[in-house]
Design a protein around this ligand. Structure first.
Ligand SMILES: [Zn+2]
Length: 241
């Protein structure tokens, strides 16, 4: 049934379309990822101005017809994140966060927790651009796994339940594994295990620091979890500062 959808949304991606239009990939709290077209947005006098760009958090009215593509009928800025846009590291980290959300979830797979997590990440990168970097990007991905229901088991061996001698990580087993169960696992040092536990347990703004070695192992654990559960491969964070 055609009608209007009033919703908050974060712009994940924005593409030129035709002569003057843009197609947007949006993430919304109740509908998850949706795609919408904004007509005439690239004309100088567009009523939408420059606000239909990635990282904007908006209050939108979308017209929903028979097409899968909704049509933007009005847009108000809730947060434009201007400081984030002036910092290369924050911009890169924000782009990866939006890319991860867009890849991990299909249209029509809503997770309100994912919306709030992404809104928090963008607000943090705008308020404190120096927070950008590998530790923040990995903490965001871990929380994304949790919100999607794919959180790795970190407290005990994912195979036998042992709570000691946890020395490896196995995406197939679903988390950390003990020395007796580590066939097929890779080595996860205590520092990397500690980072995963702390990053998952603390707010994004309190993500702990960790050595490059620990972050590399933490990233591998996240990548293997994603590949195993969601068949998704994300861009490495290794090029972030
Ligand atoms: Zn075990």
């Amino acid at each position: 049934m055609p009608g209007s959808l009033k919703t908050e949304a974060i712009v994940l991606r924005s593409f030129r379309f035709g002569e003057a239009d843009r197609v947007l990939h949006l993430y919304t709290p109740q509908r998850g990822r949706v795609s919408a077209i904004a007509k005439g947005v690239r004309r100088a006098k567009s009523r939408f101005g420059g606000r239909l760009e990635p990282f904007f958090r908006l209050q939108l009215v979308l017209y929903e017809g028979r097409s899968e593509l909704l049509t933007v009928t009005s847009a108000e800025t809730l947060a434009g994140h201007p400081r984030l846009r002036e910092d290369g590291g924050a911009l890169d980290t924000a782009a990866r966060a939006c890319d991860a959300v867009g890849r991990l979830f299909d249209d029509g797979d809503p997770h309100a927790g994912v919306y709030h997590l992404l809104a928090n990440e963008l607000a943090l990168l705008d308020a404190e651009p120096a927070r950008a970097g590998r530790a923040n990007a990995l903490a965001f991905r871990l929380k994304l796994l949790l919100a999607a229901g794919f959180s790795p088991q970190l407290a005990a061996c994912a195979t036998c339940g042992a709570r000691e001698h946890l020395a490896g990580f196995s995406g197939a087993a679903g988390g950390v594994v003990c020395t007796a169960c580590e066939a097929g696992a890779f080595t996860l040092d205590e520092a990397a295990h500690g980072f995963l536990v702390e990053a998952l347990g603390r707010p994004l703004a309190e993500t702990p620091a960790a050595s490059p070695r620990a972050l590399a192992q933490a990233e591998r654990a996240i990548l293997e979890t994603l590949e195993h559960h969601a068949n998704v491969r994300l861009r490495s964070v290794s090029t972030l500062a």
